[in-house]
Design a protein around this ligand. Structure first.
Ligand SMILES: Cc1cc2nc3c(=O)[nH]c(=O)nc-3n(C[C@H](O)[C@H](O)[C@H](O)COP(=O)(O)OP(=O)(O)OC[C@H]3O[C@@H](n4cnc5c(N)ncnc54)[C@H](O)[C@@H]3O)c2cc1C
Length: 434
């Protein structure tokens, strides 16, 4: 078991390579151990470091910290979502609970970047939910009603206005919400690594292979060493199931995305020099498309049941080719070969789109499963699970725990079969939108 990432992600490649990377090479002891150094694990470590300046806190990742989904996402810090993967949330009360959590997520990220003066290309430009199918108007009108009832500012747009704003005439109907932020996910997570408290020791390229509880302590085994800890927080998101954690309540889904090089002045002019924007699909399996501040186009249009540990080059290349088609559909005037990088990343899903935030046994805690919206929620859950594990309570914990818990999933092969069938159906429904 080893997490092997492609090294192609543009967000990661924008950053200076890290040095001074430590791996586990001996048997260690600690007060606190956090497994997984994405937004969740890094936030948990930061909080624990602040609460317990004199305790020994270890943070361990199977790959380089932050270089999993936390660097590989599309960079939408959301206040609202229309789709959580393949579920639409219809019920107002539940929807409000979900957006209450998103709101806290935005606040916690905002506080972090203000406190540490983080430059992560933060842009409060809102986001679009858009479709080329005029018949999707009904979905957006219903969504508009929900947003109005909850006081979210938004506007419904038609083709002419969308074309002016985005530089593509592909979309015929859209809803723009003013809340929500676009950012550079790699820069955000790198800042979380750089600002870890002194008493947090980070170990990377060290995959947790097995763990067991023995008396009051938890023993964790790695290839070249072990860690015995008093308390542990699992923050491995898409890899929770592979560690046997809440395994009947979550499952991994692999996504792929591509990013172009920066458009030239001439190319940018040919699409009307739009400001930075981000589009989320109306149909769950449609494409997420972003125009970045530095004129790059990002597209994510796959979500699959796949081995979360590794994707082969040829498999990724097929997805990249498909993403090129998606870009050409929206921007036929651009050249054929402008994709600079393609990558995969793993997210975690639950059946009812609720997140996991729990003490699973004495001294063992878990936070994860953000159903594809983990920038804010992961940052929030990491901080709050650290507080919960310290036997404290907060208003945030009350809001998080007011949401219903994830519901039970059947075991494999039934689960994989069910998810695959549903994804095929959703892909078919969204075939014009990829
Ligand atoms: C293509 C893509 C697009 C996305 N777009 C968005 C978006 O626009 N907005 C949004 O909010 N969210 C988005 N997401 C989801 C978001 O990236 C995740 O929800 C978020 O990264 C979760 O953070 P995390 O820290 O919980 O998990 P991760 O970032 O996945 O971190 C978990 C870490 O655990 C480590 N790990 C796993 N197994 C082990 C082990 N056995 N031992 C040690 N370490 C281990 C991994 O190496 C990884 O670094 C997207 C995800 C992808 C892949």
């Amino acid at each position: 078991m080893q997490v092997i990432n492609d090294n192609k992600c543009s967000w990661v490649n924008d950053l200076t390579p890290r040095s001074n990377v430590k791996t586990i090479t001996s048997n260690l002891n600690c007060d606190w151990l956090i497994i997984g150094a994405g937004y969740t694990g890094l936030s948990a470590a930061r909080k624990l470091g602040q609460i317990y300046p004199n305790q020994k806190i270890l943070l361990v990742d199977a790959q380089l910290a932050g270089e999993g989904a936390s660097s590989r996402n599309s960079g939408y810090l959301v206040d609202t979502t229309l789709n959580d993967g393949f579920n639409s949330n219809k019920e107002l009360e539940n929807y409000k609970k979900k957006t209450d959590i998103y709101k806290l997520g935005i606040e916690v990220v905002k506080k972090f970047i203000k406190e540490y003066q983080v430059e992560c290309e933060w842009n409060e430009c809102g986001k679009y939910f858009a479709s080329s199918k005029i018949e999707d108007k009904k979905i957006l009108e219903n969504f508009s009603e929900t947003l109005s009832q909850l006081g979210f500012k938004h506007t419904l747009l038609t083709n002419k206005e969308i074309t002016k704003r985005l530089g593509t005439s592909f979309y015929n109907i859209a809803l723009h919400t003013t809340g929500g932020i676009l950012l550079h996910p790699g820069k955000l997570v790198r800042a979380m690594i750089d600002t870890l408290p002194e008493n947090v020791k980070l170990y990377e390229n060290s995959c947790l292979l097995s763990w067991e509880k023995s008396n009051d302590r938890v023993n964790c085994n790695f290839k070249n060493g072990s860690i015995k800890t008093n308390k542990i927080i699992f923050a491995t998101n898409g890899f929770l199931k592979s560690l046997g954690i809440k395994k009947n309540y979550n499952f991994p889904i692999t996504l792929t995305a591509s990013m172009t090089r920066s458009l030239t002045d001439k190319e940018f002019e040919s699409i009307g020099k739009p400001n930075e924007w981000g589009v989320l699909p109306v149909k769950p399996m449609g494409a997420t498309v972003r125009m970045t501040k530095d004129r790059r186009i990002l597209i994510r249009n796959t979500a699959e049941v796949h081995n979360p540990f590794k994707m082969s080059k040829s498999y990724l290349l097929k997805r990249s080719t498909n993403q090129n088609v998606g870009i050409k559909k929206r921007f036929p005037q651009l050249p054929n070969d402008i994709i600079q990088s393609s990558w995969s990343g793993v997210v975690s899903r639950t059946r009812n789109s609720s997140q996991i935030f729990e003490k699973i046994q004495e001294n063992i805690f878990v936070a994860g499963c953000y159903n594809g919206s983990g920038i804010g929620v992961g940052t929030l859950f990491g901080e709050q699970i650290a507080i919960k594990a310290s036997n404290e309570s907060t208003d945030e914990i009350k809001i998080i725990e007011a949401r219903s818990k994830p519901t039970w999933l059947p075991p494999n092969p039934f689960l994989d079969l069910g998810v695959k069938t549903r994804l095929i159906y959703e892909r078919f429904r969204a075939r014009s939108e990829v």
